[in-house]
Design a binder for this molecule. Sequence first.
Ligand SMILES: [Zn+2]
Length: 65
Amino acid sequence: MTHSLTAEDRCDRCGSQAYIRAQFSQSHELLFCAHHGRRYKAALELRVSELLDETHRLTVTNQSR
Ligand SMILES: [Zn+2]
């Protein structure tokens, strides 16, 4: 099990590549793209046990398309 998000991970809202993972419990997590991650982040931070934010990769890595 990896802690990083990959291109395979998709936003639960719109299907874009996910950059934020909200871990609610061991078996329950939601993925969000940068757009929806920013939108829900404040609310998520109150509820999740772990919030992984990799939106910084957006400015670093070059998307292949
Ligand atoms: Zn989205």
